[in-house]
Design a protein around this ligand. Structure first.
Ligand code: SF4
Ligand code: SF4
Length: 315
């Protein structure tokens, strides 16, 4: 990407950062003080088609339908009208999305034009990454080569090549910690710190769907992982999570579901995640964002302060 375009995108990002911040601060205050439940974060599933079959995944290739551009635009409009301003595009694999000549970039640009303040993409990283228009690209990296490949097939080298060749510094690693990769937290933190195109790393614990229960961590294992993440934060690793939420995550004692998050898949709207209908799953939820958001919107002051610092640093 030309330096001029890179600079333009960065300047625009700084201006957006301030206006977004003011909007989110207003939303947060209203939600906390008036105990409102309006959504602010929305995810649109663009397809469940995926080129991978990860061991821990329960959502790939169930229909393998790639949803049309017009349908996705309608879904975005519906989310915008509900008040959503942080949008995620999610799969399957998002970079497989096509409609005629349109690609994922067209969806990101359309979302920006509609007025979404942050537009993020979730990917498995196996395709070239040239999407500077996205605010964050959440890219799954599940450990060192051996452990990542044990979970995601032989993809580690391809992914790291794509990360090194990415055309912007908007990547955030996304690691779901489970029985296979629980020892690889430091490796991913160090890589996130070292690679210039990577801004941070965000963690989750494995959420045990009925077919992947064996990968779940015990409370003791979660505590050890949180201690390791906290050590990495203290050592300067760019971790896009909140230490103050760790005790709640270890014990699974945060409120669920998160009413401020919604998911749209093929016209169907779900609160929090598409996993909302899996019996008993919310009590074992491993998604850090659910703990962080639900605690934030209940007015937890430690979470609030830490989120402010983290948001301003990594977005
Ligand atoms: S890349 Fe994502 S959607 Fe595809 S199989 Fe892996 S976890 Fe599932
Ligand atoms: S709280 Fe429930 S619906 Fe929300 S992400 Fe967790 S498991 Fe899914």
């Amino acid at each position: 990407m030309a330096n001029g375009l890179r600079l333009l995108i960065r300047e625009r990002r700084e201006i957006m950062k301030l206006s977004s911040f003011l909007h989110f601060a207003g939303f947060g205050l209203k939600t906390i003080l008036l105990k409102r439940q309006d959504p602010i974060v929305g995810t649109v599933i663009v397809t469940d088609q995926c080129n991978l079959h990860c061991k821990h995944c329960s959502v790939n290739n169930i229909t393998a339908v790639v949803y049309p551009y017009k349908q996705i635009c309608r879904e975005m409009q519906q989310l915008y009208a509900m008040g959503v301003r942080i949008l995620f595009f999610c799969g399957g694999e998002t970079f497989l999305w096509r409609d005629g000549r349109r690609t994922l970039r067209d969806l990101v640009l359309e979302a920006k034009a509609m007025g979404f303040l942050l537009v993020n993409v979730v990917t498995n990283g196996t395709f070239p990454i040239d999407l500077p228009e996205a605010d964050l690209i959440l890219l799954s990296l599940d450990g060192d080569r051996k452990r990542h490949n044990a979970i995601r097939g032989d993809t580690y080298d391809t992914i790291l090549h794509n990360v090194r060749c990415a055309t912007a510094d908007n990547i955030c690693f996304y690691m779901a910690i489970n029985q296979i990769n629980k020892g690889a937290i430091a490796h991913v933190c160090r890589l996130a710190k070292k690679l210039p195109t990577v801004r941070a790393v965000s963690f989750n614990f494995h959420t045990p769907y009925p077919d992947t229960k064996a990968l779940a961590l015990s409370k003791r294992e979660k505590a050890a992982c949180c201690a390791e993440i906290a050590r990495m934060i203290d050592a300067g690793a760019p971790v896009f999570n909140l230490k103050s939420a760790f005790p709640y995550l270890i014990e699974n004692r945060f409120p669920t579901p998160c009413c401020q998050c919604v998911v749209m898949e093929n016209g169907r709207l779900s609160t929090c995640g598409r996993c909302i209908d899996v019996p008993g799953l919310c009590e074992q939820c491993g998604y850090f964002f659910v703990a962080e958001y639900t605690l934030l919107f209940r007015g937890n002051p430690k979470i609030l302060l830490e989120m402010l610092r983290t948001y301003l640093r990594y977005i």
